[in-house]
Design a binder for this molecule. Structure first.
Ligand code: 6PG
Length: 245
């Protein structure tokens, strides 16, 4: 663990997400007070739903957080329509945006309506180039130690390992899921402020152990590619996700 990395293990998922909500509250207020806005990159999958449930069901978060001054971006997207249940923007809209005073023009979804996914990736790269560096990046962790859509043995991960990945956003095809994904690259993710991995549950414990304490092998454990260059890399875990550490 380098000097700007920290692991915080919470007794259970409920305490993890309440801690994360309090942390988000403080970060947003500080950033808006200092510079008038707060920019955050959201992760996908299911874990954020529990986090968003805390933010949207507690009055003081609803009232205290300067929602109108926060810009929302996405670290990755499944290349399916924006109204598909599998779409990360859709998940965030249903669980977060639709429940709070958040203006749609402060939300920057990854486009999934281009014929060519790589063209969509290039378009989103142009969008984020204008807003980088973001204040905060949230990431999840897959059981195979992927993060965002940086999948083990994928070309974008291979390129990143060889320091040849110059794209900010890349497309990749997941043959098992028969689906394209778009993902911010480590080049895009690592240049921001703090990065927070939020990981819950025993199913992730082996991946957490490999990424944090295993041998360096980012090709097979892509989350090892993530280290903030401008802030801290934080791991918010519940006890089950951290049980092998
Ligand atoms: C996605 C995510 C992905 C996710 C992990 C964990 O699009 O699925 O961005 O990186 O964060 O796969 O997913 P869960 O939170 O559902 O376990």
């Amino acid at each position: 663990m380098s000097k700007n990395e920290e692991i915080i293990i919470h007794p259970d998922a409920n305490k993890l997400f309440h801690f994360a909500a309090k942390d988000f509250n403080a970060r947003a207020i500080r950033a808006v007070n200092e510079k008038g806005f707060f920019s955050v990159v959201l992760s996908g999958g299911n874990t954020p739903k529990l986090f968003y449930d805390v933010l949207t069901t507690h009055e003081h978060y609803r009232n205290e957080i300067p929602w109108a001054k926060i810009y929302f971006f996405f670290g990755d997207e499944r290349y399916v329509p924006a109204d598909s249940p599998e779409n990360n923007y859709h998940m965030s809209r249903i669980n977060l945006f639709s429940k709070l005073p958040i203006a749609s023009n402060n939300i920057f979804p990854i486009p999934t309506d281009y014929k060519d996914p790589e063209m969509a990736a290039h378009t989103y790269a142009q969008v984020i180039k204008y807003h980088l560096p973001f204040d905060l990046v949230y990431l999840g962790l897959g059981e195979d130690a992927h993060t965002a859509s940086l999948m083990p043995l994928s070309q974008v991960v291979k390129n990143s390992v060889e320091n040849k990945e110059d794209r900010l956003v890349a497309s990749l095809y997941l043959s098992k899921a028969k689906m394209f994904r778009l993902t911010m690259t480590p080049k895009a993710i690592n240049q921001n402020g703090d990065i927070i991995f939020m990981v819950s549950g025993a199913k992730k414990a082996a991946a957490v152990k490999e990424v944090l304490q295993g041998k360096s092998d980012p090709l097979h454990f892509p989350a090892q590619l993530i280290h903030s260059n401008n802030g801290r890399t934080l791991w918010f875990l519940d006890k089950k996700a951290g049980e092998l550490l």
